[in-house]
Design a protein around this ligand. Structure first.
Ligand code: G4P
Length: 526
């Protein structure tokens, strides 16, 4: 096997999807602990705080007590190299999360046993479904009273439309929580509360009929036996092909905060989750084992470190390898650049990477030329697609306090829209600049950054726009007519695409009725 093949088969690149509070941060921390990436649990939250303290525009995050940034964590586990792509916790930055999901090979869904399937999880699952991303499920907080495990699995199947295959099964819950039974190996892992960051091995009992089960579990041993017969009869057996195809999710139970059930999860994750697979480009599918380097940018982040006041473009390596100092072609602008200083983000430090393989994420310094969705190659004209832009739900008109700063404002706004921080729309009828966002906090970030990075003080006024749709029409003549009649409501986005800005939903409905041969798109793929 070539080094490339060997390296890529070791890679597992994933993100955690969950509703806030289900335990994503806690689980991340424990996963890093197993990976030896941090010494003691508690560090992820600490790390968050430290990052706040050392960055500037993220002052805003600190004030609000939210995390709007996302980063990449890499750690070795057994033979594997795991890349965990963190996503912003706040729903106002969900677009970022959606784009990050285009850069992973699989996802881990965390569900709070007391809450079941929640709204954010449903949305994120829809995004995963666009690419049939394989999903493992961790049902968390079994140390607390929650809902019946069978009921929760039924809910996952009904609402998320994915088969559940229990891999482990909880024994009791809350005060009666005794451990998990592993269906694959017919063995029980007994629970012992583990606050703090140590990795402890609880007792393992082989065989569900082992008398030791009755000794330690009392009545609960028989309850488990009865329940397991029921579960095995009623649920789907583990089918890894169905998992890889995104039709089935293997389910694990545990308690992240107690670091219980996490090792089973991680072991199964590195065993089951797919390494990088071929990816579509507009031209042809690209196999990760192809020697020439290719990759695409799924995220741009500004000023993570005040000492480096630039932007970092997050690039997912799709094929071949990155070697320090290599030349790569920035396909959209047709330029070849030499990259000597790509970075990774490990435990908060900017480290220069010597090499990176398919599945890895590297950070490229960006002085304004890189946009989300850009493809880099070693010469071939390729374009990775599938990075979604969502029609904003919120709109504000930007008004300058100092009219002489118009140029700086334009530069800033264009930059922010290229980074995907907000979207910009320029109406055909006037010189207004309208910003669109999915969440309200995006405007705060935009205002802050315009001031901080471009020296522009701007007011954000309400705009008479309720919703936006990208407009396409196969027939150019018809499109011209449409443009003429709807001039008042049309605008161009940051990429000069035509957009219909509707003042009301009713207005949009009417426009759709009147112009049935025009398509109104709520998402746009880059
Ligand atoms: P998130 O990133 O998905 O938003 O969730 P996070 O890990 O921050 O966890 C949300 C809350 O749930 C935290 O409590 C966390 O301690 C708790 N939690 C996580 N896993 C478990 C578990 O297995 N069992 C129990 N009982 N609780 C769990 P908090 O009080 O909001 O925060 P903190 O004061 O603990 O930091």
């Amino acid at each position: 096997m070539s080094e490339l093949q060997e390296q890529l088969h070791r890679r597992r690149t994933f993100a955690i999807i969950s509703h806030p509070d289900a335990g994503k941060t806690t689980l991340t921390e424990k996963l890093l602990l197993f990976g030896g990436a941090i010494q003691l649990a508690g560090t992820v939250k600490g790390r968050k705080a430290a990052r706040h303290a050392t960055s500037d525009w993220m002052e805003l995050e600190k004030e609000r007590g939210i995390s709007v940034t996302s980063s990449v964590m890499q750690f070795p586990y057994g033979e594997s190299i795991v890349n965990l792509l963190d996503t912003p916790g706040h729903q106002d930055f969900s677009e970022d999360t959606y784009r990050t999901l285009t850069a992973v090979d699989s996802a881990l869904m965390v569900i709070d046993v007391a809450k079941g399937v929640e709204e954010r999880t449903i949305k994120l699952m829809e995004v995963c479904r666009l690419r049939d991303t394989p999903i493992l499920t961790f049902i968390n907080k079994l140390d607390r009273e929650g809902r019946d495990a069978i009921e929760v699995l039924d809910e996952v199947e009904d609402i998320l439309k994915i088969q559940c295959a229990p891999v482990t099964w909880p024994i009791g819950m809350g005060k009666r929580f005794k451990g998990v039974y592993d269906l694959r190996f017919d063995r029980t892992h007994l629970f012992s509360a583990q606050h703090g960051g140590r990795i402890a091995e609880g007792e393992i009992i082989q065989g569900i009929d082992n008398p030791r089960m009755d000794e330690v579990l009392g009545d609960q041993a028989d309850e488990l036996r009865v329940e397991m017969e029921l579960v095995q009869g009623a649920s789907h057996p583990l089918d890894l092909d169905a998992y890889i195809a995104g039709r089935q999710t293997p389910v694990f139970f545990g308690s992240a905060i107690n670091n219980f059930g996490v090792r089973e999860l991680l072991d199964a994750f590195v065993e089951y989750a797919p390494p990088p697979r071929p990816r579509a480009t507009l031209q042809r599918p690209v196999d990760p084992a192809e020697e020439p380097f290719t990759g695409f940018v799924f995220k741009i982040q500004a000023n993570m470190d005040p000492a480096h006041r630039d932007r970092v473009a997050f690039l997912r390596v799709c094929s071949g390898s990155y070697k320090k100092g290599m030349k790569m072609r920035h396909v959209r602008i047709g330029k070849t650049i030499q990259v000597a200083n790509a970075i990774t983000f490990q435990a908060d430090e900017r480290r220069h990477v010597e090499e990176a393989w398919p599945g890895d994420i590297i950070g490229l310094h960006n002085h304004g030329t890189i946009q989300i969705g850009d493809t880099f190659s070693e010469g071939e004209e390729l374009k990775y697609g599938g990075i979604p832009y969502f029609a904003p739900e919120l709109f504000r008109r930007v008004v300058l306090k100092d009219p002489l700063r118009m140029k700086a404002l334009q530069k800033g706004v264009v930059q922010l829209s290229e980074e995907g921080a907000t979207q910009v729309f320029r109406p055909l009828k006037n010189n207004d600049m309208i910003l669109g966002a999915v969440g309200i906090l995006q405007f705060d970030v935009a205002a802050y950054r315009l001031k901080d990075e471009y020296g522009v003080e701007a007011l954000f006024e309400p705009a008479n726009v309720k919703t936006a749709r990208w407009v396409v029409c196969e027939d150019p003549k018809r499109l011209e007519q449409f443009k003429e009649k709807n001039y008042e409501n049309l605008a161009l986005d940051g990429d000069d695409q035509l957009v219909y800005l509707a003042p009301t939903r009713v207005n949009l409905d009417l426009a759709q009725e009147r112009w049935p041969d025009v398509r109104y798109l709520a998402t746009r793929e880059l």
